[in-house]
Design a protein around this ligand. Structure first.
Ligand code: GDP
Length: 446
């Protein structure tokens, strides 16, 4: 399927000054723009050096032009790239010339959207393009590349074809016997459904890890004032990010830091000590601390080991959302002469000396179910995880129908819904509003 559109243009390089800036043109008039702007059409995929002219024939800049005739181009359409000097005014003049020659400004992500619509890539790959550009670590780059190369899509397609086979099987049976599955077929279908559920579980786990790598985990450091929360934050990020003093209530606002734990992005939040206070500034800090805790993935509850857990920690624990995992760390281990007998399920650390910090890092990875091996992962979004969960629910429902009602048409319908949900990942079946949502988050020129 090749669709034809109007011709779009945009500055593809980042705003600001640089050695080189690129204006990209895609669509049916790209060749004509090349002829007018360069005086002739460059040979396909060969650099042509020369002056760039505006619509009146005046020279704007000198540079290199590349022409990629469709369908073997990024968008699948005819594409022209004009590489000039990377100044904002030069780029504006060049873009203005393209617009005068009949192009319109591209929307954010429109080049990649066209690549998708022209079957140059599927939706998961298109999203990987944005993830690659936004990647915050080398591990995130590698996983986005793997998705872009189709690593994720291939796995989705494998399950999709298994689903198709199963549907054919079930629906053939539907044609045979009106109401019920024959017993021989039933055993086979059951086996196939179970293996589908297994495949889905494996893919979901990989996607979850990929999503964690892309979005990171939100970690809140909580505890009463002076327990050593800011010292622990500094120790984890390995620099003096937070102010540490012996005066309780020093951290009045939330302080954010980011760190990479073997490739896993951690968004750390140091909160104001959670305690009763009459100081309005401190009260506001405490309110913000609780707001952060509401959206956290994990809480690190820091306890001053020289004092042990008391009423304050009890109160904090009672107020924590029940779903939230908590790692309790007893800090100031360097000041203890012996470990307290009643503290089994906790980690002992010293933010001051660094003792116990590597154990804490391992505990964090374990609690977040992060394998610590980003190799082999592919980038995945919440949208993909939702689609996988929905697919699993429908396959599970097909299984239940098979066992409980044994009604073939209900099994068939659940499998159809499962296939529809899974197809959303690669965009084999995608609503227009979903496409709009995905591509609008891209940068212009991509
Ligand atoms: P916060 O109020 O919970 O953020 O606590 P801070 O990080 O500001 O620390 C409070 C006090 O405890 C400061 O004087 C720190 O130097 C001290 N402190 C923090 N961690 C340790 C530790 O591991 N050992 C010792 N001996 N003192 C610590």
């Amino acid at each position: 399927m090749h669709r034809s559109f109007d011709t779009i243009a945009a500055i593809a390089t980042a705003p600001g000054r640089g050695g080189v800036g690129i204006v990209r043109v895609s669509g049916p008039h790209a060749a004509e723009v090349a002829r007018r702007c360069l005086g002739r059409l460059p040979s396909p995929r060969q650099a042509l050096y020369g002056p760039f002219l505006d619509a009146r024939g005046e020279v704007i800049d000198d540079g290199i032009a590349l022409y990629f005739p469709g369908p073997h181009s990024y968008t699948g359409e005819d594409v022209l790239e004009l590489q000039g000097h990377g100044g904002p005014v030069v780029m504006d003049l060049l873009l203005g010339a393209c617009l005068e020659m009949g192009c319109r400004m591209a929307r954010a992500g429109e080049f990649t959207e066209r690549a998708f619509l022209n079957d140059r890539m599927d939706l998961a790959q298109a999203e990987a393009v944005a993830d690659l550009i936004d990647a915050g670590s080398a591990a995130a780059v590698r996983s986005a590349r793997r998705s872009l190369e189709g690593g994720f899509s291939r796995q989705v397609d494998l399950i999709l074809s298994a689903l198709t086979e199963l549907r054919v099987f079930v629906e053939a049976d539907l044609d045979f016997s009106e109401e019920e599955l024959d017993l021989l077929a039933e055993g086979d279908i059951q086996y196939r459904i179970e293996s589908l559920l297994d495949q889905l579980a494996t893919l979901t786990e990989q996607a979850r890890q990929g999503n964690l790598l892309r979005e990171g985990a939100h970690l809140v450091i909580a505890g009463r004032p002076n327990a050593g929360k800011s010292s622990l934050l500094n120790r984890l990020v390995d620099r003096e990010a937070a102010i540490v003093t012996a005066i309780p209530g020093t951290t009045r606002d939330v302080l954010r830091e980011h760190l990479s734990l073997d490739g896993l992005p951690l968004h750390l939040v140091d909160t104001a000590g959670l305690r009763e206070s009459d100081d309005p500034v401190e009260q506001e800090g405490i309110r913000r601390a609780w707001a952060e805790i509401e959206r956290a993935d994990l809480v690190l509850l820091v306890v001053d080991a020289t004092q042990g857990e008391g009423e304050e920690e009890g109160e904090i624990r009672r107020r924590l959302p029940p779903r939230l995992p908590v790692i309790t760390v007893y800090n100031k281990l360097d000041r203890l002469t012996e470990l307290p007998a009643d503290a089994s399920d906790v980690l002992f650390i010293s933010a001051r000396t660094g003792e116990g910090i590597s154990t804490l890092r391992e505990a964090l990875k374990a609690q977040l179910h992060y394998s610590g091996h980003p190799e082999g992962l592919f980038t995945a979004r919440r949208r993909h995880l939702d689609a996988l969960a929905c697919t699993r629910d429908h396959v599970q429902a097909a299984n239940d129908q098979l066992i409980i009602t044994r009604a073939t048409e209900l099994v068939a319908e659940e499998l159809r819904l499962a296939q529809e949900a899974l197809g959303e990942i690669t965009g084999r079946v995608s609503a227009d509003d979903l496409l709009g949502e995905i591509f609008s988050s891209f940068c212009i020129g991509k």
